[in-house]
Design a protein around this ligand. Structure first.
Ligand code: ASP
Ligand code: MG
Length: 603
């Protein structure tokens, strides 16, 4: 007999008929010999309606009363579903978050779960009852028992937290789409259903998948190794499995406030190749990495920062063993990379063997400003200069001098309280089994790019910039530091660019301009007309040619790449927003992700 947690979203319980359909499915699952906890959302658009009501009464309703109000939505559903189950002859009982003992922080409207008591749940389950639990809500345990909510979309998180605490066999998330798709089907009609995705890939695809599955729910599943399935409550199709590696054992206490960073890694076996002053037009990255992949050389980090004039710098790292070969390719291609066929200046190739990559990783850093800044500050305080920075949703990687690598590892593991004993070199394969090089593609048009020219190239600059942004609660997405070094007033400088949510762009520019007076950088500019296109796949590790294919697909559409940043399982390009959808379609096609089946999604 398996213990299963099922979660049904708003549309799945949007009407009496839908609730009855859910009751039937629940009953069937029980009859197949399973024990069941069911977590539900508020019916249909109830939560939105309640928010609207509140706004009619008050222009700034306080968060405590908002929680009091919004938590009622789920309470309606649990009672109705329990009645519907009892009507079918299935013993069932409804419980609010507080009745279960879903204990959260005392943070109204965005509480994180601390722990879930399982005693009462177990008692009812042992009596053969289905327990129907209100999602999205909890109770704070300090002094007064306050009703809290987890933030919009939070009932996925409730479900996975319950499943992890109960050590359930699996958690099924029922929604109105058949599972997780290779990309947004509203933009790419040939998008197809995935049968499986790793939790890490899902997190890297957060901007694509967040509508289907709350990232916090994925984070809990990943941390506790809880098997998740996302599927439609309208059909019997198997949906998408979200799989996690067997995790390190961790306490169920402080479930969601556990460490933001749970890994510090170092890779000493890396060398850097930089091509300086390559022309800024479509096809350059494609031909460079096409040539490299045709030699079967695997590249690790790739970074291209903002252009300067009509040229860019592209830097990448490879393992030392193939450095000579990669260097030869770069040298061979450099003469053809001129800003203009008649120009005399060609790209210059720089090689540095004495580098190492240090990285911090952890799903907890999503939406939590300040993690990257803390890494930069830790390195800066130790006078370690950062040569390259590359970030993804769940990882920040820095290239530093190899001789400082041990010190960096030690300091970072201290700063983030990560036990080094369990840390391995990056070379270990974290994704055993077979995975496609590209599983899914996300287009994020909600980002703006901020560029800071001529930042002094000395330790502490990145720490100051991103520390200040974090103080203002601005979450930074991709951070890219250019390779090019310019001497301004006898001081070496580099450009730093990063992306933030569009709504934060103006504030970010103002904040940086203020700082600028202190540290003396060049011009600060913002560009909202950009999009970030990311390909994600655990199978791209150690597989040459993925970047080349990505860049070639863009080049064939004459789309210029403004910036490139990578992590182990992700490659992102910043491009012009107007070309976003065209680019997404081309790249989706290039990786053969399209199919004939029309996936219907509700509007
Ligand atoms: N009812 C809440 C919302 O609409 C929580 C959820 O459905 O996940 O955000
Ligand atoms: Mg939802």
């Amino acid at each position: 007999m398996a213990l299963v947690v099922q979660k049904y979203g708003g549309t799945s319980v949007g009407s009496v008929e839908r609730i009855q359909a859910v009751a039937n499915r629940v009953r069937k699952t029980v009859q197949q010999g399973n024990s069941l906890v069911v977590v539900v959302s508020a019916m249909g658009k109830t939560t939105d309606t309640l928010v609207k009501l509140a706004n009619e009464v008050s222009s700034s309703p306080c968060r405590r009363e908002m929680d009091m109000l919004l938590s009622t939505g789920e309470q309606v559903t649990i009672a109705l579903l329990s009645m519907a189950l009892q009507e079918l002859g299935q013993p069932a009982i409804s419980l609010t978050g507080a009745q279960v003992g879903i204990v959260t922080e005392a943070e109204h409207s965005r509480a994180r779960i601390l722990q879930v008591s399982v005693d009462r749940l177990a008692r009812h389950l042992n009596k053969g009852e289905v327990v129907v639990v209100a999602g999205f809500q909890g109770v704070s345990s300090i002094e007064d028992l306050e009703i809290t909510t987890l933030g919009r979309g939070g009932s996925d998180t409730s479900a996975v937290a319950l499943a992890a605490s109960l050590k359930a066999d699996r958690c099924e998330i029922y929604t109105d789409v058949p599972g997780i798709l290779t990309t947004d089907p509203r933009l790419v009609p040939s998008a197809q259903l995935m049968s499986e995705i790793t939790a890490d890939e899902m997190l890297e695809l957060a901007s694509l998948g967040a509508k289907v599955l709350h990232p916090r729910a994925v984070e809990i599943a990943r941390n506790y190794g809880m098997p998740l399935v996302v599927l439609s409550s309208w059909s019997d199709r198997p949906g998408t499995r979200v799989v996690s590696r067997l995790p390190k054992p961790r306490s169920l206490q402080g479930m969601e406030i556990a460490k933001a960073v749970d890994g510090v890694e170092v890779d000493r076996d890396q060398a850097k190749i930089a091509l300086l002053r390559v022309p800024d037009f479509p096809g350059v990255a494609a031909s460079l990495f096409g040539e490299i992949s045709s030699q079967n050389i695997d590249v690790d980090l790739i970074i291209q920062s903002i252009h300067e004039g009509n040229t860019n710098d592209i830097a990448f790292t490879v393992i030392n063993k193939v450095l000579k070969q990669a260097e030869a390719v770069a040298e061979a291609i450099a003469p053809s990379l001129r800003t203009h066929p008649t120009a005399s200046e060609e790209a210059e190739v720089l090689v540095d063997r004495k580098i190492a990559k240090v990285a911090i990783s952890g799903a907890g850093m999503i939406g939590r400003p300040g993690i990257a800044a803390k890494m930069f500050k830790t390195l800066a305080d130790a006078k370690i200069n950062i040569q390259m920075i590359s970030t993804s949703e769940v990882k920040v990687s820095c290239v530093i001098n190899e001789s400082e690598c041990d010190r960096a590892l030690h300091l970072l593991s201290q700063a983030f309280d990560v036990d080094l004993g369990s840390q391995k070199e990056i070379t270990e394969n974290k994704y055993p089994g077979k995975h496609p090089p590209v599983r899914g593609i996300a287009l994020d048009t909600n980002q703006a790019e901020i560029a800071i020219r001529h930042v002094p190239d000395k330790p502490g600059m990145a720490a100051q910039i991103f520390g200040l942004l974090a103080q203002k609660n601005i979450s930074v997405d991709a951070i890219i530091q250019s390779q090019r070094c310019r001497i301004i007033n006898d001081l070496p400088t580099r450009d730093i660019a990063f992306t933030v949510a569009q709504s934060d762009a103006d504030l970010a520019c103002r904040v940086i301009a203020m700082l600028n007076e202190k540290i003396g950088c060049g011009e600060v500019s913002g560009d909202k007309a950009i999009a970030k296109l990311s390909v994600v796949g655990a199978g791209m590790i150690g597989k040459p040619g993925v970047a080349a294919k990505f860049f070639t697909a863009l080049a064939q559409e004459q789309i210029n790449i403004q910036m490139i940043t990578t992590s182990e399982i992700k490659i992102s390009c910043v491009i012009n927003e107007a070309e976003g959808v065209k680019a997404l379609n081309a790249v989706h096609e290039a990786f053969g992700l399209g199919g004939d089946e029309q996936i219907k999604i509700p509007t």
